[in-house]
Write a protein that binds this ligand. Structure first.
Ligand SMILES: Cc1ncc(COP(=O)(O)O)c(C=O)c1O
Length: 425
């Protein structure tokens, strides 16, 4: 592996987002780390499906894909949804971009912390973003009535709800989502981002996809990369009434879906059983991982319906130091959440993985968090995560809430003589 500084410096140069797995692997000069950062499904595609994709690699890379309409029609056949109500994008991020360009005119409300594109994308195009803070004191749970009240007070014209939410995994039952949609019928648009909903097991029918098709101002967004464990393919879709879905479809660039996306979509019919089994395994692993992490002293694990767990580190612990040490000393990659608006460096998002990986994570955390004595993972002054979204407004906002506090904390701990063995990392 390359010297520790090379790998961890990637987090400081690309602070707006976690560096890509490919970049980390290049810097590590070998196999990449065990990934607890990118929330994909470790059980799908099955090994046999990967073998099939490998055999077809040459053909996939050589030829143009079919049109997006052909690929979308096949996805609709698999999902049992009418094609006129669907638009497929090059990742759901592409659809968020087009939703913003086409349907967000002046303002958008979103609970934070959340997926960064829901705050940064509309800010980048000059919209007002009304951020509704999810209270840490309530375990980041969303109170839908308070959110509606907030939207009324701010006069927001578009509202977003991620269900489950990223990074905390917070979940709203279907009837609560429908009440929210009822309360917000006069808005220009309400987006329910169900990108992680397939991993939930709270209800048998948790989705509002069927309702979105019948309502004038509702879009449901879904990310196939997450469900199918294939983030690199870049595919996702939205469901809405035919007019709304058609408006987005008409704006999408020609050949926005690639041949890998086409191949996978056309394989789905044959592999529904493996997919359902993979979701079952992720849900099982979530329970087990939550149990193992909850046993670590001082660590708080929040209830999650996603394929990730949001955890709060023990008092006085800095996530950037934990992240860097897990990566360099244990080859484990985690998502430190200091650059997420509404979160801080005390929080990590950990992807649900099979038990052997989780046991390695727990062993790494035990060493990093407790072996150096109290304060073992407290940062050096000035090491706080520096967020750069490329947008001055976002940077100013984050700069005022993140980073500086960490310096203060390190200084306090030093002066109180709490840093075990004199080691303050
Ligand atoms: C809530 C949510 N929506 C959408 C996305 C975008 O997913 P993709 O563009 O990979 O489909 C993400 C990515 O993390 C997310 O967390």
């Amino acid at each position: 592996m390359a010297p520790a500084g090379n790998v961890t410096s990637l987090f400081r140069t690309t602070a707006a987002h976690t560096p890509s797995y490919a970049a980390l692997t290049r810097e590590s000069e070998g196999d990449g780390p065990t990934d607890f950062c990118i929330p994909c499904n470790p059980y799908f595609p099955s090994p046999a499906m990967f073998d099939e994709l490998s055999v077809r690699l040459r053909e996939i890379l050589t030829y143009y894909p079919s049109s997006a309409d052909t690929i979308t029609a096949e996805l609709c056949a698999v999902l049992g949804l009418p094609a006129q109500c669907l638009a497929m994008g090059n990742g759901s991020t592409e659809l968020i971009t087009w939703i913003d360009h086409l349907l967000v005119r002046e303002s958008l409300a979103v609970p934070v912390p959340t997926f960064g594109r829901w705050t940064d994308q509309p800010m980048e195009t000059g919209k007002r973003v009304d951020m509704f803070p999810l209270p840490e004191a309530d375990g980041f749970a969303l109170d839908p009535a308070a959110y509606v009240q907030f939207i009324r007070t701010r006069g927001s014209r578009v509202a977003v709800l991620c269900n489950p939410n990223n990074p905390d995994g917070g979940y709203q039952p279907r009837r609560a989502v429908l009440s929210l949609l009822d309360a917000l019928q006069d808005l220009d648009l309400v987006v329910v981002d169900e990108s992680f909903l397939e991993f939930s097991d709270a209800e048998t029918e948790p989705s509002v996809v069927q309702d979105a098709m019948l309502r004038p101002n509702v879009i449901v967004l879904r990310s196939l990369g997450k469900n199918f464990g294939l983030h690199g393919v870049r595919f996702g879709y939205l469901v809405a009434n035919p007019a709304l879905a058609g408006k987005v479809r008409a704006a999408l660039p020609k050949w926005n879906l690639n041949s890998f996306a086409e191949t996978v979509v056309f394989m789905l019919k044959e592999h529904g059983r493996e997919y359902a089994e993979s979701l079952h395994l992720v849900r099982r692993d979530r329970i087990e991982m939550s149990r193992l992490l909850s046993a670590l002293p001082g660590l708080t694990v929040y209830p999650s319906q996603g394929n990730f767990l949001f955890v709060r580190l023990p008092v006085g612990t800095d996530g950037t130091t934990v992240r860097d040490r897990l990566l360099t000393e244990h080859r484990i990659l985690v998502r430190e959440c200091g650059n997420k608006i509404g979160s801080s460096s005390r929080f990590l998002r950990l992807v649900v993985r099979p038990q052997p990986d989780v046991l390695r994570l727990v062993a790494g955390l035990e060493q990093v968090l407790y072996e150096g004595g109290r304060g073992a993972a407290v940062p050096e002054p000035g090491q706080g995560a520096r967020y750069s979204s490329g947008t001055a407004a976002v940077d100013r906002l984050v700069g005022s809430t993140n980073g500086a506090g960490l310096v203060g904390l390190a200084a306090q701990i030093r002066s109180a003589g709490l840093a075990g063995r004199g080691e303050v990392r």
